[in-house]
Design a protein around this ligand. Structure first.
Ligand SMILES: Cc1cc2nc3c(=O)[nH]c(=O)nc-3n(C[C@H](O)[C@H](O)[C@H](O)COP(=O)(O)O)c2cc1C
Length: 309
């Protein structure tokens, strides 16, 4: 069932693309950026030191997810209790696929076409990094910051009788201050290390911006789901009224650059280091594979071992 380790070489187009990457500016000068309070300072995107090879498990996970409409996964982070002991924290989140190749639904693309210059980023990058969205006011982001960004995600794909576990580090992007916010700068740098330039691209790489990448994820939410980023602060006692009058339940947001919602909206990108697939299709002959990234993301070589289930 698991294909032999595969790597797709895009070296010639990669060389061209990497040369042009140096020219990438994080801000494209789109006027709507200013309504978000995003820094208008042009920031050069750090260039990936190499083009990481496609992970050997990626296509299999991708095909499994494609067969599982509306998939959620469980996200584990590390928190600390009152005695400063590390404690696991888990919650369900909606998986948004591999960053940054989100497939927008028709209404989302319509909003992008109307509100973002060129309808969004050109399709230049792909990666093995899974993504989800969250509210910056929730606990998981400070937990990532205080634990060396440690994360594990798990899918139980019941129709396929298969469990996937993805362990690694995770980084949040979407801070309206852009790279003026140190954590945003760190996130962009770390995510860039595992981005791949697509082999079949002849798009203008200088038109790719981090803001547009995040806006696409925001557009993929329904207006009511976008409105949840204008909710009163998640996890705070309901008896305490927020002192911001625009924070209310049940709002619909049509403006993709709504400054209140976008101040809270983040895309979390998981950079995998260890991946495990457990296939229980045949309960008498369970199968389990483990892939480990050797030499960190810069080395980008995966070691594949079939283990006892
Ligand atoms: C089906 C389902 C999908 C969810 N999707 C997300 C999501 O994509 N992102 C998110 O932050 N929370 C999502 N939640 C809410 C989380 O489970 C959790 O309650 C919230 O993120 C607060 O967690 P935290 O304070 O530990 O960060 C979802 C919950 C359910 C039941």
């Amino acid at each position: 069932m698991v294909p032999a380790s595969a790597s797709i070489g895009h070296q010639s187009s990669l060389q061209v693309a990497l040369r042009r990457l140096g020219a990438i500016k994080a801000n494209s000068g789109i006027s709507t950026s200013n309504s978000l309070g995003l820094s208008t300072k042009a920031v050069t995107m750090s260039t990936p030191s190499n083009n990481p090879q496609r992970a050997p498990w990626r296509d299999l996970l991708d095909s499994h997810l494609q067969q599982t409409p509306g998939y959620e996964f469980t996200i584990a982070t590390v928190g600390y209790d009152a005695q400063q002991r590390p404690v696991p924290r888990l919650r369900t989140c909606g998986c948004r696929g591999f960053f940054p190749e989100l497939e927008l639904h028709a209404k989302g693309q319509e909003a992008m076409d109307q509100q973002v210059e060129g309808g969004g980023n050109p399709p230049i990058f792909e990666s093995d990094m899974l993504s989800f969205t969250t509210d910056a006011r929730m606990d998981k982001l400070p937990q990532l910051e205080s634990s060396g960004h440690a994360i594990e995600a798990v899918f139980w794909l019941k129709d396929l009788m298969t469990q996937w576990r993805i362990k690694g580090t995770a980084y949040a992007i979407g801070n309206p201050s852009g790279e003026d916010a140190p954590e945003e700068k760190t996130s962009r740098t770390e995510i860039t290390k595992a981005l791949r330039v697509k082999g079949d691209t002849d798009s203008d790489i200088a038109k790719w911006t981090w803001q547009n990448a995040v806006t696409k994820y925001f557009a993929n939410h329904s207006p009511v789901a976008r409105g949840s980023f204008r909710n009163p602060p998640p996890g705070q006692p309901r008896s305490s009224n927020p002192n911001q009058s625009d924070l209310k339940l049940g709002q619909s947001v049509f403006d993709l650059h709504d400054p209140v919602a976008r101040a809270n909206f983040r895309v979390v990108v998981i950079r995998p280091e260890e991946v495990e697939c457990l296939d229980l299709t045949d309960q008498e002959d369970g199968k389990r594979w483990n892939w480990t990234l050797i030499g960190g993301n810069d080395g980008s070589q995966w070691n594949e071992v079939e283990v006892w289930p």
